[in-house]
Design a protein around this ligand. Structure first.
Ligand code: ADP
Length: 336
């Protein structure tokens, strides 16, 4: 598919290249022939010929001029044909190379899209299959009691809640991939407070404290809802992957025209070989997967990364397995 497309595009490029080359070749040929014609058959030559004493010598000189004229014409024609053949061969290779380069990002995007669709279908299918199987087994039980049916329904609702979280995550990811944001000047202190408030009860349930100290007056340009969302994702992870009774700190620092919001936890940390993957969609580190109580679909950091990108910023991470992690959201400062 990719090679076929590359060949077609290369053919098109080559066609345009050859059309331009042939066009200029015709012009060059015509102008050159015109010049030679004037040089060998013009009035000067006629007067030179006419000055000769005999008809025979005149005829000989005329033939000599004519011979030169014909030879020069065919030499120009040969050179132009060779030039065009070289352009055809060299240009063909060049066009194929350029066509591949043009199509490569499209191909990569298509592959990423296919991978994403396959991953999303897999994640959706697993809980759906589980719900269906358990419901079928329950329905086959002829002595099903009301109590058992209620237990079953409760478990169904839990699974459906997970599915809702997954579809919400997918929608959020899609939203932040193809969108434009309107920039407003926002107080960093207020953004951090709003995010911390959203996580307060979840953190309290695990006896985790969230500390934040933000210098007043710092402003960032961006969209409030999405920036709070990005901070919530980082804080949610910090809570999820912290040990009970842990402490999370949010600190903000300024360097030149950038602002850095650090979310630091002293939780399970990330192994060096996994750090490069955690921003990929659906990626979950082994430690997160194996511990069944830590739920998630591996979409959070992909969403946060997209939000940072929309704000012309980025997210970086420093982590040590078993010691904790610091995720830094770096954003451009609002213009004064
Ligand atoms: P989720 O948390 O839903 O699995 P994310 O995209 O937010 O998905 O994170 C991807 C993976 O990165 C997680 O599964 C986890 O392995 C790792 N991770 C993210 N944040 C932290 C953290 N603060 N501490 C340890 N591991 C983390």
């Amino acid at each position: 598919m990719f090679h076929k497309g590359a060949f077609r595009l290369a053919g098109l490029y080559l066609l345009v290249m050859m059309a331009v080359s042939l066009f200029f070749s015709v012009i060059i040929y015509r102008l050159s022939v015109q010049e030679i014609d004037q040089g060998l058959r013009g009035p000067d030559q006629t007067s030179i010929i006419n000055r000769l004493p005999t008809v025979e010598s005149r005829g000989q000189l005329h033939d000599a001029f004519e011979l030169h004229y014909q030879r020069a014409k065919s030499r120009i024609m040969d050179s132009l044909i060779i030039t065009n053949l070289v352009i055809l061969a060299g240009g063909g290779a060049l066009c194929y190379y350029l066509a591949r380069r043009t199509l490569m990002p499209i191909e990569e995007a298509r592959e990423a899209q296919n991978r994403f669709t396959a991953d999303a279908s897999h994640e959706l299918r697993t809980p759906i299959t589980a719900i269906r199987t358990v419901n079928e087994v329950t329905l086959m039980n002829p002595r099903l009691t009301l109590k058992q049916a209620k237990i079953q329904l409760r478990s169904n609702v839990e699974e459906l809640e997970k599915l809702t979280r997954l579809t919400d995550g997918l929608l959020t990811l899609a939203n932040f991939e193809n969108t434009e944001i309107t920039f407003h000047n926002l107080s960093v202190d207020s953004l951090v407070r709003k995010a911390a408030n959203r996580l307060a009860s979840k953190a309290a349930a695990r006896r985790i404290t969230i500390e934040h100290s933000v210098p007043k007056g710092l402003k960032v340009a961006g969209d409030e809802t999405s920036l709070v969302e990005a901070l919530v994702i980082l804080l949610d992870n910090a809570v999820k992957y912290s040990l009970k009774n842990g402490k999370i700190t949010i600190s903000v620092s300024r360097r030149q025209k950038q602002l850095k919001i650090d979310v630091t936890d002293r939780g399970i940390g990330i192994k060096p070989e996994e750090i490069g993957h955690i921003f990929e969609r659906f990626y979950r580190a082994d430690s997160a997967r194996s511990k069944q109580q830590i739920d998630g679909y591996g979409l959070g950091l992909a969403i946060a990364k997209n939000i940072a990108k929309l704000h012309r910023g980025y997210i970086s991470v420093k982590s040590k397995a078993g010691q904790g992690s610091t995720f830094s959201l770096v954003l451009p400062l609002a213009p004064a």
